[in-house]
Design a protein around this ligand. Sequence first.
Ligand code: PGA
Length: 304
Amino acid sequence: MHLTLQQLKLFEAVSRLSSYTRAAEELFLTQPAVSIQIKRLEEQAGLGLFEQVGKKIFLTPAGKEMYAASVDILTRVKELKIAIDELEGSIKGSLQVSVVTTAKYFLPNLLGSFLQLYPEVEPKLKFTNRARILDRLMNNEDDFVIMGQVPEDDHLEAYPFLNNIIGIVAPADHPLANKKNIAIEELTNHRFLNREIGSGTRYVFDKLLEEHGLKIEPYMELGSSEALKQAVMAGLGITALSVHSVQLELEVNKLTILDVQGFPLKRRWYVVHLKGRKLSLVGRTFLDFILKESHQILGEEYEE
Ligand code: PGA
């Protein structure tokens, strides 16, 4: 068979995402370009690799064989690259990190400091919510993911490296702003804005409410911490957010953290990878850097 690595890469992405369109997006190609390559691969295999049922595509038995082989081959090629970089001994090459959206408020800063030390590293960052990060983690797509709420799972290796303080954020002139020790039930009397289902911040907030036997019907659901922050500043309601995302607004007194019982939640940020993943030299260096330097670079207190 005359197959190319690029064809296998496309095929792996289409199979994993069950979509030509999403695979094309992920690989920065057009959808027809992906379809043509998959067609060529099918010609080489002599059998169809996908079948369409309704609007969904599924792997045929030949497709399943091709998928297992693609994952093996692409993993070997990645390992080969790692082995060659190690022999060379220099800290360079790709570093793929997926980051929960909320961590965008500090991760670029840390990465910038890392790249000053190791300018030959080629970083690829992906920002998305916790649910998508978990998919990527389980598919072993990144060197690391950075997230706040790590599921309990023996297959994961998670290293805490920073505090993640989640507070109830309100406009500075909110009626509750100067109240002390506000009962958590009081939150149900105010317009509450929430992140979307799938967000780590939302997950941890919902869990806390559940522990108190409370339910808050959000006045509005917004898909990013940034959007929530803008909405709170516009007086549309209050919300639960990581303090990392509102630091500047707190400093200039546009927003405040309400003194609600049980808050702020003191969580951690973690670097996570699948257990058994062979870390590249770049990966090991990055991990070491993040664990040792983060709090100092960001000027934050942190107790291990
Ligand atoms: P989120 O994740 O940006 O999806 O809310 C934050 C977290 O994991 O704590």
